[in-house]
Design a protein around this ligand. Structure first.
Ligand SMILES: Cc1ncc(COP(=O)(O)O)c(C=O)c1O
Length: 417
């Protein structure tokens, strides 16, 4: 929008556009430029829709990268958070409060891993898993430091998590990272069996890789991980930050593959928009921990735990997870039918409400065209269009979204490559 165009619209519109333009300009000057943001300023949301500064609605099929699990402005969540904010939000971990144990016991029942460390993000949950894998071996008196990680993995941006993240663009500028990481192709069971040895502290894997291009682990790869861990004693860290807590229509995708992790990283959906992460540990890992080993100032504060409780009540007690499974099946069918009409779509991968369309060309123009049409999606791994709608999505929303995506692909990727 140039200045001349702004002059031709009404005064109220001018003010709105100027506001949006200002928001972007101030950010460009003062916020660290590490995000390539789309040129839209969102001001409010309701259910599965976001509204920009001009009041235009967008159908949200990315849910803040898998975070807004209950959609936007969820009435029960909003009421609970408002009540919590006017009662008590934060005490630090110097003292007890009533909500951490409640959330932890629900996570234990869901995951089968009885102990939780609370933090504020996915990468912190992964860090806790990496640390306590090593801590376990230290406590055994036979220290092991090595990690085996998979190609196309994404585990976060802090130094430990980054060390086990595949994409070199993310890693190289921050070298040196952890030294003892060994990479294995994400679908090569024999390579995995060769790589895991008696010096491996842990294998770390996303049961369904998200950022790396929406790639579910194959059953044969999952079986190889189980065998390698059993024969060498190596621990298994399941990174379920994106795939866990209902996203695939099951509590955890690792369980669907028969994996039995000792450590599990959680985040994203858990706070339904309020930052919270959690690392789950088996009892044998937890008994290796001692006072002072690890900590977080904010981790598991009352506001975050209250959000997690509402999320877990909705997911399990009110069966939102049932909606993920049924809406997910509906979405899969709609995507496969739509994809069959577009030669540019090479593959459709995912489970529940996480789907990736692999294109034969860069995905960014499709994402941009979808935004123009009022549909929010994103791109991972250059050629993959990713969909991560809120867990409360309906079949009507899905029909609308797939119709818009159909148009976006036809416009942006319709021609021969
Ligand atoms: C599988 C996985 N692990 C870890 C992370 C890092 O989470 P956060 O960005 O909350 O630190 C992500 C984020 O996308 C993720 O998808």
């Amino acid at each position: 929008m140039n200045e001349a165009m702004v002059e031709t619209v009404s005064g109220a519109m001018v003010e709105k556009m100027t506001t949006a333009t200002n928001v972007m300009a101030v950010e460009r000057e003062h916020v660290l430029q590490v995000y390539r943001r789309a040129p839209v300023v969102f001001e409010r949301g309701r259910g599965c829709r976001l509204f920009d500064a001009d009041g235009r609605g967008y159908l949200d099929f990315i849910s803040g990268v898998g975070v807004a699990s209950l959609g936007h402005a969820h009435p029960r969540l909003a009421a609970a958070l408002s009540e919590q904010a006017s009662t008590l939000m934060h005490t630090s971990n110097l003292f007890y409060h009533p909500l951490q144990g409640e959330v932890a016991s629900r996570l234990a029942a869901l995951s089968g891993l009885p102990r939780t460390f609370f933090c504020n993000s996915g990468t912190e949950a992964v860090e806790a898993c990496l640390k306590f894998a090593r801590r376990y071996w230290f406590a055994q008196g036979t220290p092991r430091s090595g990690f085996v990680a998979l190609e196309h993995s994404f585990h976060g941006r802090t130094i430990g998590s980054l060390s086990v993240t595949w994409d070199e663009h993310y890693r190289t500028p921050f070298a040196p990272l952890l030294a003892d990481v060994q990479w294995v192709p994400n679908d090569d069971p024999d390579a995995l069996l060769r790589a895991v040895t008696s010096t491996t502290a842990a294998v770390i894997a996303e049961p369904l890789q998200g950022e790396g291009g929406v790639r579910p682990l194959s059953q044969s790869m999952a079986d190889a991980i189980t065998r390698a861990c059993a024969s060498t004693g190596a621990l298994l860290i399941a990174d379920e930050v994106q795939s866990g807590l209902g996203r695939t229509g099951r509590p955890f995708y690792s369980a669907a593959l028969g994996l039995k992790p000792d450590l599990m990283a959680l985040g994203k959906a858990l706070g339904a928009g309020v930052p919270i992460g959690a690392a789950q540990f088996s009892e044998r890992i937890a008994t290796a921990a001692a006072f002072g080993d690890h900590g977080s100032t904010y981790g598991g504060n009352l506001l975050a735990c209250r959000a997690a409780l509402v999320f877990l009540e909705e997911l399990i007690d009110r069966n939102v997870i049932g909606n993920v499974a049924s809406a997910g099946a509906y979405l899969e069918q709609a995507l496969r039918q739509m994809a069959a009409r577009h030669p540019a779509v090479r593959d459709v991968r995912g489970a529940g409400l996480i789907w990736g369309l692999e294109l034969d060309r860069p995905a960014a123009p499709v994402v941009e065209e979808a935004l123009n049409l009022g549909l929010l999606i994103n791109r991972t791994a250059e050629t993959v269009v990713r969909l991560l709608p809120p867990f409360i999505i309906t079949s009507t929303d899905i029909d609308e979204a797939v119709g818009l995506l159909d148009k976006a692909i036809a416009t942006a990727a319709g021609g021969a490559q």
